[in-house]
Write a protein that binds this ligand. Structure first.
Ligand code: ADE
Length: 242
């Protein structure tokens, strides 16, 4: 197990990742906003090598699927031992398994997780994990989208990145959160900056007007137009569950 720099004493959000490839971390989580927050101790990252709990001389972590078929399945006993050991050091955290079969990750779920103590994340490889583990350890399966990755590590990074940027003190201005995509059930309105005219294209007049009420109305209308056109699912879900 490896711990990457943490705590200045203040409570910090804890990410605990169970993986066969701990060397992939922190990777992209070490740069920019999220990396600075890691160095500042606003969140911590613990890595647990599943192979350390493998069986026999070859430290096997997987085996052939019961009932036959292609691929290999991660063993419940090996994963349970990894989880149990990780819980001893990292405490009681929501236990998530990154999987294309999981409940789709949403900004609401990200917000909820970011308000909690952190997350313990199982990043799988191969065809999946023995179903008994899911039941026996109270695992929640989470998907980052309708496509299949070669393993759960990049999906775990996506989840951690999305959560960490919502931890108080990580983003500079609270302002930048309130208008962003999904925060109000809408996609974000289009943004412009200097120069005012570029390649024959102009910044919309209303944004140069200085009339804050008009600007807010224009942005709202644009956010609604984009959401209706691009994400009819979000548009029709608005008002529900909020
Ligand atoms: N592992 C492989 N594909 C995945 C996906 N789409 N979401 C989460 N974890 C995954």
């Amino acid at each position: 197990m490896a711990h990457i720099p943490t705590s200045t004493g203040s409570p910090s959000w804890r990410a605990s990742v169970l993986t066969l490839f701990p060397e992939m971390f922190p990777g992209p989580l070490s740069v920019s906003l999220v990396g600075t927050a890691l160095e500042a101790g606003l969140w911590s990252l613990a890595l647990h090598q599943i192979r350390d709990f493998g069986i026999g001389r070859h430290r096997a972590v997987d085996d052939t699927p019961a009932g036959g078929g292609a691929g290999m399945v991660m063993r419940a006993d090996v994963l349970a031992a990894t989880i149990d050991r990780a819980r001893e050091t990292d405490g009681d955290l929501p236990l998530l398994y990154m999987s294309p079969r999981g409940t789709p990750l949403t900004q609401d779920r990200v917000r909820e997780l970011s308000h909690g103590p952190g997350a313990m994340i199982l990043a799988g490889r191969f065809e999946g994990v023995d179903e008994r583990l899911i039941e026996a350890r109270g695992v929640t399966e989470v998907s980052i989208g309708d496509y299949v990755l070669s393993g759960g590590e990049i999906a775990a990074m996506v989840l951690i990145d999305a959560c960490v940027r919502l931890i108080p003190g990580v983003l500079g201005a609270e302002e930048s959160l309130t208008h962003e995509s999904f925060e109000n059930g809408l996609l974000e309105y289009p943004q412009y900056t200097k120069p005012r005219d570029w390649e024959g294209l102009s910044t919309p007049e209303v944004l140069m007007s200085g009339d804050h009420k008009k600007i807010a109305e224009w942005r709202r209308a644009e956010a609604e137009r984009l959401t209706r056109a691009r994400r009819p699912d979000l548009w029709s879900a608005r008002g529900k569950n909020r």
